[in-house]
Design a protein around this ligand. Structure first.
Ligand code: NDP
Ligand code: A1CAB
Length: 276
């Protein structure tokens, strides 16, 4: 059981990480997942072949899942994390690394709910982890040694890019890459609506918007890609794109995006205060 991972709270985020790890070759027999509802547990067991258990069917499943696990990934909503941490405290191996993917839950808040000395690593992942294209930040807690942090880095590298940041930068990372996939999907939605407003059939507009975002993302993924240079290559002098970008600039789109990200980071700090 030395390499066993327990995912507690396997919703959108933890499922994406678990799916990414399994796709990268992590053995399904070394994974246990917990959720609240029985039907969700059955869905995860069927989809991935992992052991999945529901608190609605047995209120001890979180403790059972962590017994013997060397890594425990907490993926419930921020408000439920401390309760789950207290629930598993006596079942945790003293050397198990407790990894949190929760926005807004500080390392100090988590450490307070866990046994003294338990290694904690706070992360901020994003859902493209499911495809091995995630971005994950890691920040080690008070009892996390270099080796603990490195082990988490190694694990998450199989689902995407890993960056190590001091904890005071996690809000910013969350506001950029944690929430970021939603910003891109929102842009795709808006582009599809724009196509419709220009007279395209809704289905065709959505198809064009999706493929455009996917194609542009592939170009951004090329080594050394620079968004400014890529944008300029599309923008012919006195052409059509230039006119569109001029409207975006005039209406302050970059400032709107910066304000949105600032609001996300501030909401994270607000939740942290609410949890105290
Ligand atoms: N979604 C994202 O893109 C990102 C999310 N995060 C963080 O990930 C965490 C989860 O978010 P997200 O995945 O979106 O939320 P979801 O609601 O999709 O997932 C939460 C999961 O927790 C389960 N759950 C609730 N209570 C318990 C419990 N006591 N024991 C075990 N399982 C429980 C739920 O079960 P059931 O399904 O049966 O209700 C559900 O599967 C949050 O803390 C969030 O801040 C971080 C970065 C990005
Ligand atoms: O919206 C949220 O609170 C979570 C954290 C980052 C992305 N989703």
């Amino acid at each position: 059981m030395t390499n066993h991972i327990a995912f507690l709270g396997t919703g959108s985020m933890n499922e994406a990480i678990m799916a990414g790890l399994l796709a990268a070759g992590f053995p399904k027999s070394d994974v246990t997942a917990t959720v609240r509802r029985g039907e969700r547990a059955a869905e995860l067991a069927q989809r991935y072949g992992v052991t999945a258990m529901a608190t609605a069917e047995d209120d001890d499943v979180n403790a059972q899942a962590v017994r013997g696990a060397s890594v425990v990934v907490l993926g419930v909503k921020p408000v439920g994390i401390a309760d789950v941490a207290r629930e598993i405290a006596s079942a945790l191996r003293p050397d198990a690394i407790v990894v949190s993917v929760a926005a807004a839950v500080s390392i100090a808040q988590l450490e307070k709910a866990l046994p003294a000395g338990q290694p904690v690593v706070r992360t901020m992942p994003n859902t493209p982890a499911r495809l091995g294209h995630g971005v994950v930040s890691v920040s080690g807690g008070t009892n996390a040694s270099r080796d603990h942090v490195e082990r988490v880095v190694k694990l998450f590298k199989s689902v995407g890019l890993v960056v190590e940041v001091p904890e005071d930068q996690v809000e910013a990372v969350g506001a950029l890459s944690g929430s970021g996939p939603a910003y891109v999907f929102y842009l795709a939605e808006a582009m599809a609506k724009a196509g419709e407003s220009l007279g395209l059939d809704p289905y065709l507009a959505l198809k064009l918007a999706r493929e455009t975002v996917v194609g542009a993302a592939h170009m951004l993924a090329e080594p050394g890609a620079d968004p400014v240079a890529l944008r300029r290559a599309v923008t012919s002098p006195k052409g059509t794109t230039e006119r569109a970008i001029a409207v975006f600039e005039e209406r302050g789109l970059p400032a709107i995006i910066a304000d949105g990200a600032r609001a996300a980071a501030e909401r994270s700090r607000e939740i942290t205060r609410e949890l105290d």
